[in-house]
Design a protein around this ligand. Structure first.
Ligand SMILES: [Zn+2]
Length: 403
């Protein structure tokens, strides 16, 4: 708007002030109608996008019709890469992910995918979604280190116990505690060469006013282990039925409210239930200033895998605020159907003469991976179309048995 006024004023210097005033009011009127029209167009476009996405998901289900999706088309670009995701190994899991900034100014979500992350224990894969608040540095710390903490604690537990399977609850609790400690010491332990983070620039010495949700899953051939603190969520689709493997830590969840009040804290309703009227979740990594009311202790579930398991979805509340568990699982199943059944890894390898190099991946694996990526991207797009106002991060893991 300022540019329009200035250009007109410059073109008639003798009456610059008058023209500037007139053009300012005229421009305001024009801008108002232009903005109205633009707003209506955007509304229509959003409506069409939402309708298109829901129809396309239904279309997947009806006809198994393949839909081409751009890998870069799921929203505004992230200010950084979605995470240091290593190359999928030859016997790695089938997965896909999407992480988009959406309508937020800052990207504070982080995704971690670590195939075969346990030393000496093949076929255990780590997935994590971390939704930061206040700044992104706790989420990125989790992204960088949580899998290492889990692997280390798993190794210690296995070494100190005669049981073959260590107690996952303890492993997850100690891993989350280590990341919480790391978040607390982040400001003092970091090297001076790193660029200052946003929270430091805005409020120096207040780096404990930052936190992150953490929902992590360890997928082995027999089990799904999920650790969760915060309101990101893990959902399993089994025989067409969604099963929550984590329960959101909202401050008004009855048992969480009781725990907060027993510790001497309060939940105040200020744009929703918030701990001390500030934080809209009751557990998180970091947030030192809200302890002990906000704790990093995770809730852990261990689920035996079944033959009719279809997929595991991990996502931040940017998805779950606007997309139901049923809808999310339906979209993933539809993407799977359109891409055909998975082939077992062994057959895919045989088709490549047993090649184990990265260039020897089976076509079926690439297709299956594409199904997970398509599903994750479609879910992120669906969340944006349904007006999610948050960052949206989605990880989809294919749990179907190749047969
Ligand atoms: Zn920061």
């Amino acid at each position: 708007m300022a540019e329009i006024c200035c250009q007109e004023a410059k073109s008639t210097p003798a009456t610059a002030a008058a023209v500037a005033t007139v053009s300012a009011s005229a421009a305001a009127a024009v801008a108002s109608s232009v903005m109205d029209r633009r707003r209506r167009r955007l509304e229509m476009r959003r409506f069409r996008l939402a309708t298109d996405l829901e129809e396309s998901a239904a279309e997947y289900a009806r006809a198994g019709k393949r839909q081409r999706l751009s890998r870069t088309g799921s929203g505004p670009p992230c200010p950084r890469a979605p995470g240091p995701v290593p190359q999928r190994p030859d016997f790695g899991p089938r997965y896909g992910f999407s992480s988009v900034c959406g309508r937020r100014r800052e990207m504070e979500d982080a995704v971690s995918v670590r195939p075969n992350f346990l030393p000496g224990s093949a076929e255990s894969h780590f997935f994590g979604v971390f939704d930061g608040h206040g700044c992104s540095h706790v989420a990125t710390t989790c992204q960088d280190s949580m899998h290492e903490a889990v692997a280390d604690e798993h190794s210690k537990a296995a070494g100190s116990s005669s049981e073959e399977v260590p107690a996952w609850k303890g492993v997850m609790e100690r891993s989350f505690a280590r990341l919480d400690e790391k978040a607390r010491n982040w400001a003092t332990n970091r090297s001076g060469e790193e660029p200052k983070c946003r929270c430091e620039q805005q409020m120096p010495s207040r780096c404990d006013h930052v936190g992150s949700t953490a929902v992590v899953a360890v997928v082995s051939p027999t089990q799904l282990v999920v650790g969760n603190a915060g309101d990101s969520r893990a959902v399993l689709s089994r025989a067409g039925v969604p099963i929550e493997l984590s329960v959101d830590h909202k401050p008004d969840r009855p048992d969480e409210l009781e725990r907060i009040q027993a510790a001497g804290g309060r939940v105040i309703y200020w744009d929703g239930a918030r701990v001390l009227g500030v934080l809209a979740m009751s557990r998180a990594i970091g947030d030192g200033y809200l302890k002990p009311f906000v704790t990093a202790e995770p809730e852990v579930t261990v689920t035996e895998r079944a033959d009719d398991d279809e997929c595991l979805i991990l996502a931040s509340d940017g998805l779950w605020d606007v997309v139901t568990n049923e809808m999310a699982c339906g979209v993933v199943r539809a993407c799977f159907r359109s891409n055909g059944p998975p082939e077992p890894f062994a057959e895919a390898e045989a088709g490549n003469d047993g090649a184990s190099s990265s260039s020897g991946k089976g076509v079926s694996k690439a297709e299956s991976d594409k199904a997970c990526s398509d599903a994750a991207m479609l879910l992120a797009k669906l969340a944006l179309a349904r007006r999610s106002s948050d960052n949206v991060s989605v990880v989809v893991v294919d749990l179907r048995r190749g047969s």
